[in-house]
Design a protein around this ligand. Sequence first.
Ligand code: HAM
Length: 388
Amino acid sequence: MVETYELLSAKSGKEIRSRMFTFRDLGDRKVALRPEFTASIARLVTSAFKKEPKPLRIFSVGSVYRYDEPQRGRYREFWQSNFELIGSSKPEADAEAIILTDCLMKLSGISNYSFTIGHIGILRGVLSQNNIAEKVQNDILQLMDKKDLNKALALLEKKGCRDFLEGLLELKGNTAFETAERIQRYVKDYPVAEMAAKNLVDILTLVAASGCPIEVVEPAFARGLEYYTGLIFEVKVPELDVALGGGGRYDKLVESFGGEATPAVGVAHGLDRMILATQIQNSFLSKKQRKTVMIVSIKPELRAEALRISELLREEEISVELEVMGRRIKKALEDANRRKVDYVVIVGAKELKAGAVAFRDLGSREQFTVKIAQLPKKIKGKGRKASS
Ligand code: HAM
């Protein structure tokens, strides 16, 4: 949760740096709350995971912190689920990060989502060949991420390559593929950029084969994080103007933390925004319907037996509550009804002698005697039509 400011800020870029919650700890070290997982994972790859065979697939879920202006879908504390695939430079690895995101959106019940895809290597390739320093490149990409294209172009004007880049940024085809291929042709005199464009076409080919919906390849697409070196992508739904997830390739980050040269690609999903999307779209996760049970003992002397039965049911993954207020049966049933419990197990001396309990179905209001050993089957099995 807390890392040195130095590590988190090293390659994250101006935007994230300015939004970190930073403080000095008791050892007078400058530290910050993590604004994302990727930097910390790259650190792990150079330390604890140094000797792990590659590829490494690392999943993490947790809260992250950014000083954003709070508004719908923009929070200062939010949750990410994060996936990093470390050790492969192949387009299959890039495709995996996109396809995993496609699966996650689908399984979460989110619909009409679409991916925007770009490749930071194309722009950097052109800018580097025009001798534009990395720092200026970063400034241009930050402006593009903020959709401030005019300021980005003004910066390029000073460097004498505005026209070429303006032409590149405006390229559009009828399909994502067509745009990528047009970009490739446009940058044919820039070998590094051309290779990047070809890489983008390769990734698109693999992703399309999986059936994942790629709507847009965006030549002017940039992301706030500075460590990206190749593919970049985001997933959105039409109902929200903020992304539900984003990621990309970062082949230099691990090395910059003192590790070996290690290619890597990954993605993070904003769980709060995904939940917001399911609420707006009225689509809910198909939940496994679990029956809930309350156990009531008729007399205090039978509490231990009631506890034993509750444990037996929990071992069967049944959701059980024990009556802990010392209520009489009538009151306990009223309370169970109010809280929409499915079944009440009533532990009484007479039934116990026969290894059984009274089993009340609050839906049908029927009551039976059921052998304790049969309880899990009765509860999980058929539901309402229980018979002794
Ligand atoms: P990111 O695009 O900065 O990428 O964040 C990923 C996702 O976190 C966003 O798409 C969004 O859903 C969510 N998110 C960002 N800011 C907020 C906020 N203020 N409130 C709610 N949700 C938010 C990364 O963090 C990279 N580490 C992704 C990555 C992993 N790249 C390579 N590996």
